[in-house]
Design a protein around this ligand. Structure first.
Ligand SMILES: [Zn+2]
Length: 351
């Protein structure tokens, strides 16, 4: 088998890329970097999408934008990642190819083979292009408003996220994402456009991309964004390995942990202590692991078990909660974040 590489397409013609997003993927054939000439050809700006094959909003937006033949303000350098995973039947159903690593966890050295090598090539191409910014478009699975994730907050990143939504998560977790790898190079943001398959998420990606491509310059002062809620220091909450997981309105047969089926309704809500989130079959088997940037296991600081009921122990804002068991297993259950504004009791605020 030959090693997969990033194919480079210079100035793709609108009528050559395929009439549908699916035909566009077939035309790309694999991970690809497209360079779309801008009005100012001396400058460049980065876009990434489809790092996860089951998150189509950004790909659909890019396809529609290319088909319009729109001319960006500066050259737009576009990386399309998990093309093979997205094309695998039934289409846009696989985050990554079975048995392969998650591409958006591969943007940290070594870039030795497979997905890591693709990630390394994409990074090199973005850096060589001298991008003034990078936006990476994603979807998630639960009920979520559009929001951004950044590895370091500054005015440029807030302005970029403001093209898509009004919420921003400042993450100090280091997972190996594209945004983490590039935040020292140029303003770099991940945008979660909303739930995969939701027309509102597709519309968010499409409108935001058009605005981003049309910007003459990336604004580095805090102007033009009416409001941005900033949440920070996420804690990643997962089920312990081997825990049988279910979602439902009551304890499910054969499940070690049943999470309430409408858990994702609480995304971006402030949950106070004592809110039930699920049922645990065996009270002697603690079902969760949770860690922030320092890697310390803190799940029992945030959750408590009372008469088989799992409940919150401290006030926190959950984000990216999923009610899809496959996603919960392959990635995580959700993240807990803390508002930057002083909404909480003094010991849980940031400064
Ligand atoms: Zn994603």
């Amino acid at each position: 088998m030959t090693e997969p590489r990033v194919r480079v397409f210079d100035a793709p013609r609108a009528d050559a890329i395929g009439a549908t997003p699916e035909a566009f993927l077939a035309w790309l054939g694999g991970p690809a970097m497209l360079r779309v000439p801008g009005r100012d050809r001396r400058r460049a700006r980065g876009l990434a999408t489809l790092l996860h094959g089951n998150e189509p909003s950004g790909l659909r937006a890019l396809h529609a934008w290319l088909r319009q033949g729109a001319v960006p303000a500066v050259d737009l350098v576009c990386f399309v990642g998990a093309v093979e995973a997205a094309r695998r039947p039934p289409g846009f159903a696989h985050r990554m190819l079975p048995g392969r690593p998650d591409l958006n966890r591969c943007f940290a050295p070594p870039f030795d083979d497979g997905e890591r090598r693709i990630a390394g090539e994409a990074l090199r191409l973005f850096r060589e292009a001298g991008c003034d910014a990078l936006v990476d478009l994603h979807n998630n699975t639960g009920h979520n408003p559009p929001y951004g994730v950044v590895a370091g907050v500054d005015a440029a990143c807030i302005n970029l996220v403001g093209l898509f939504g009004e919420r921003l998560i400042a993450s100090d977790l280091r997972l190996g994402t594209l945004t983490e790898a590039t935040h020292g190079d140029f303003p770099s943001v991940t945008i979660e456009c909303g739930r995969a398959g939701d027309p509102a998420a597709d519309a968010c990606a499409r409108a935001g991309l058009a605005r981003y491509a049309a910007l003459d310059a990336i604004e580095t002062r805090r102007v033009g964004v009416p409001h941005m809620t900033i949440l920070e220091r996420p804690i990643r909450v997962s089920a312990r390995p081997g825990v049988r997981l279910a979602f439902g309105a009551g304890p499910a047969d054969g499940a070690d942990l049943t999470l309430t089926g409408d858990l994702d309704r609480h995304n971006f809500e402030l949950l106070m202590p004592g809110v039930p989130v699920g049922w645990v079959a065996d009270p002697d088997r603690w079902p969760l692991v949770a860690a922030g940037a320092d890697g310390r296991e803190v799940s029992q600081d945030w959750f408590a078990l009372r008469d088989g009921l799992l409940e919150t122990r401290r006030a926190a804002v959950p984000v990216m909660m999923t009610v899809d068991p496959a996603v919960a297993k392959s990635d995580c259950l959700f993240y807990l974040v803390r508002p930057r504004e002083e909404l909480l009791a003094p010991e849980t605020t940031t400064r």
